[in-house]
Design a protein around this ligand. Structure first.
Ligand code: ZN
Length: 439
């Protein structure tokens, strides 16, 4: 067993319904086989377990590993394509790069970059938009398994309106998806997600094939995009003769295992339908800002009872850090004025951890530091004398410190990451004797 000593912050009680930030100052977590077995003050736990190895994470703060509920594996190398709305950005920036993943060797290099980017940002669990090419999807599952990252991913399918070299057909989509699910779903920490790119690029027969896979494999998820950009929405409504959420729902694709990204421009009936189905929305604020998609109506989602979590949406999103996404979410709500939902740092931490775990059906396993959870964690320890280090040193309390982490924190401040009690990535001992991530 290992005793981790440090200041632990987490959000087991939902701040949207009055829950407070939980703080364990000079606390300890006792971890055996990757699972938290006890928690309390360091003095108490050390007294009860005098023989156990101690990993000292004093100084800085230990947060639960982040849960990114929307991030595109093929797009790590095209982050930063600014200045275009969604459909132009797809044509000119994202999809040409996605086509390059037809080459499995190229895909393998991208998979390495992608997984390193996630773990380096303190993300330990992710719902990953895969590739249009099955061998490339194998590469991202294989790299995640090698590093220990907990991912849910799948084959992206499309058969119209985007570049033709990314097309499949319903029979091939069904066959390749079932084969990938057979290879990866439930293997180690991997799970499968049926992944129509967006209904704009998917015919009804292709969406029906997606539904076949969803029914055939117990426990798989479904992920896609919805209501991101007004021009996109008009096209979908013209193609299907119904609203965007219904274009999925009439194939049985909207349920408790569904995560739809964006939903910047939903109608009230769509929000009511998402809530009735128990589906979750991945809020991706830096992407929404970069593509000019709009400001996310969080208060309307809350009012309808729709579950919301965070996604980085790399590569339309501007990086892997859910600290930055949290800040972007806060800013978007501020810009909405009276229509915005005020967000505290505790809300932001909850959205980036517990809410994501629940959206992915993993709430009993990860997302906070309660006894019985897996030890998925990140140690935020900025370099000495940086503005974040100064801010943490002078923070009034733990909530203030958390606000400074969201305002100033970057992947450079994530010193170490553990997934199920194992150090993730290639780690080294620092001069201080504590583990650090090689980036
Ligand atoms: Zn996306």
């Amino acid at each position: 067993m290992t005793l981790y000593r440090g200041t632990f912050l987490d959000t087991p009680d939902d701040p949207f319904t009055g829950g407070l930030l939980r703080t364990e100052q000079d606390g300890a977590l006792l971890v055996r086989d990757g699972v938290i077995r006890a928690r309390g003050s360091f003095a108490d736990l050390r007294g009860q377990h005098p023989q156990e190895e101690v990993v000292d994470l004093s100084g800085g703060f230990v947060l639960p590993g982040f849960v990114d509920t929307h991030v595109h594996f093929p797009q790590v190398r095209v982050i930063g394509g600014l200045g275009m709305p969604l459909l132009d950005w797809l044509d000119q920036t994202a999809l040409p790069e996605e086509a390059r993943l037809a080459d499995p060797a190229y895909a393998a290099g991208v998979a390495t970059d992608f997984v390193r980017g996630l773990v380096g940002a303190g993300t330990t669990t992710a719902l990953v938009f895969g590739s249009h090419f099955a061998p490339a999807v194998d590469t991202v599952f294989a790299e995640a398994a090698r590093v220990g990252l907990r991912i849910t991913s799948g084959l992206v399918v499309s058969d119209r309106l985007i570049r033709e070299d990314l097309f499949t057909d319903p029979d091939r989509a069904r066959e390749e998806s079932l084969a990938l699910a057979a290879r990866w779903h439930g293997v180690g920490r991997a799970r499968y997600a049926v992944t129509p790119r967006f209904s704009l690029s998917c015919s009804d027969p292709l969406l029906a094939a997606c539904a076949d896979v969803l029914r055939a494999v117990p426990g798989v998820m479904l992920t896609s995009h919805v209501n991101e950009n007004t021009r996109e929405i008009e096209t979908v409504e013209a193609l299907f003769g119904c609203d965007y959420v219904t274009s999925y729902d009439r194939h049985g694709l909207v349920g408790p295992g569904t995560v739809l990204a964006h939903n910047v421009h939903p109608t009230d009936p769509e929000l009511a339908l998402l809530a009735a189905r128990g589906a979750a929305v991945a809020h991706c604020p830096s992407s929404n800002a970069a593509l000019g998609s709009g400001l996310f109506p969080l208060a309307r989602h809350r009012a309808h009872g729709v579950r919301v979590a965070m996604g980085s949406d790399v590569g339309a999103g501007t990086g892997f850090s859910l600290l930055k996404e949290g800040l972007s979410a806060y800013v978007a709500q501020q810009l909405l004025g009276e229509a915005g939902h005020p967000l505290t740092p505790t809300h932001l931490l909850h959205l980036a951890t517990v809410a994501g775990a629940e959206a992915l059906g993993l709430g009993a396993s990860v997302g906070d530091f309660s006894v019985g959870r897996r030890f998925d964690a990140q140690w935020i320890k900025p370099a000495a004398s940086t503005p974040l280090d100064v801010g943490l040193t002078h923070a009034a309390d733990a909530g203030d410190a958390l606000a400074k982490m969201f305002a100033l924190g970057t992947p450079a401040d994530v010193r170490s990451v553990w997934i199920e009690g194992e150090l993730a990535g290639e780690s080294v001992e620092t001069a201080e004797g504590a583990p650090a991530l090689v980036k």
